[in-house]
Write a protein that binds this ligand. Structure first.
Ligand SMILES: Nc1ncnc2c1ncn2[C@@H]1O[C@H](COP(=O)(O)OP(=O)(O)OP(=O)(O)O)[C@@H](O)[C@H]1O
Ligand SMILES: [Mg+2]
Length: 341
């Protein structure tokens, strides 16, 4: 569990420190006091990634050069410094050249009141949901994703040239396909593992009124190397790589209909089920539940769904929950309250 979390020059905080307990930690405060930022800091410290943005530069406090996140997880001291020029990682005061050992320590699942974007936004948001879980299940996934993204970027730069030089572009095809196939395989396996867990969680929260389904739809559907070769005219015309898992989809549906057609409440329940499935999967894989970060999600659920969700959260999981009002927390449920004045 995370026992201490300290930030400097992080979003609205010049410097701030909180001590955390096992079980439920409730961060209470009015709007714009930094509740979500503190949760984000826990995620950045433990996973080196923000659930809110893919550009870490955004979370450095305005006008400052770099941010610091520092904390203790299961007794290990984690330190992360990030500026646009450089980043530094330390584990028990030993600087780490790679993130591998560091990232082995902790798993995190993030629940947010903006999670319906997983249904409503473009495929990128759904791929990020899968990637965030996949990287925690398998440390090698992170390097495959990086290799893949690097190959796509390099290829796209070359495709932007007035007259694309295919000999040079082709040099990236092999690493692109190799890394891409690893992503496709891992995403397919992850979707298969998540499906029954999400359906179970969904049944419990929704009262089994409709059936959730998730289907991984890889791009291309078949042989990547062949599809990449056939896509050359299209790649030349659009000046970018048009096939590959950077265009994958995770198809979400409710009783056979696209999830986008579901009501507000149905969509909220669906994404809750996805997050719960991720938590269950990580718990089953590692034998201990992940740290749960819940950003402002209880306020807008009705009483029955709130109770069902609290019931569904992995037992013994440490939870950090933000809220503007603490009244919804059932009386008698023990929680440490941290107030941001
Ligand atoms: N890079 C940054 N530098 C300085 N301030 C920032 C930065 N990014 C965000 N902020 C500010 O930090 C403040 C806290 O934001 P945060 O989202 O953590 O608030 P919150 O307590 O979760 O609020 P709410 O209850 O509305 O969700 C906001 O005023 C926001 O504008
Ligand atoms: Mg917030």
């Amino acid at each position: 569990m995370l026992t201490k979390l300290k930030v400097a020059q992080f979003r609205c905080f010049e410097a701030h420190e909180v001590c955390l307990e096992p079980g439920i930690n409730l961060i209470v405060g009015p709007n714009a006091r930094g509740k979500t930022s503190l949760l984000e800091a826990a995620c950045v410290l433990l996973r080196l990634q923000s659930p809110r943005t893919s550009r870490l530069g955004e979370i450095i406090r305005h006008g400052q050069r770099g941010l610091l996140a520092d904390g203790f997880f299961n007794g290990a001291h984690l330190q992360f410094y990030y500026s646009t020029e450089r980043k530094k990682l330390a584990l028990d005061s030993v600087e780490q050249r790679t993130a591998t050992e560091y990232l082995r320590l902790a798993r995190v699942v993030w629940f947010s009141n903006t999670d319906v974007q997983i249904i409503r936004d473009g495929g990128d948001t759904r791929r990020r949901f899968l990637d965030f879980v996949a990287m925690q299940v398998d440390p090698l996934y992170r390097s495959a994703l990086r290799d893949y993204e690097r190959a796509v970027r390099s290829r796209n730069i070359l495709l932007k040239a007035p007259v694309p030089r295919w000999k040079e572009i082709q040099a990236f095809d092999e690493p692109l396909v190799a890394a891409g196939l690893r992503l496709i395989e891992a995403r397919a396996a992850l979707t298969t593992a998540l499906r029954p867990l999400a359906q179970l969680a969904h049944n419990t929260i929704s009262g089994a009124r409709e059936k959730l389904d998730l289907e991984y739809s890889p791009n291309p559907p078949e042989n990547f190397a062949t599809a990449l070769a056939s896509a050359r005219p299209e790649d030349t015309r659009l000046r970018q790589t048009t096939v590959g898992p950077h265009r994958d989809e995770l198809v979400l549906s409710l009783s056979g209909r696209p999830a986008t057609l579901g009501s507000e409440g149905q969509q909220r329940t669906l994404v809750l089920a996805l997050r719960l499935a991720a938590a269950r999967l990580l718990e089953a894989h590692f034998g201990t539940p992940p740290l749960l970060l819940l950003d402002d999600i209880f306020g807008e659920l009705d009483g029955a769904r709130r109770a069902a969700l609290l019931e569904q959260l992995p037992k013994n999981a440490q939870q950090i929950i933000t809220t503007t009002q603490r009244e919804w927390l059932p009386a008698g449920l023990p929680a440490q309250v941290i107030t941001l004045p």
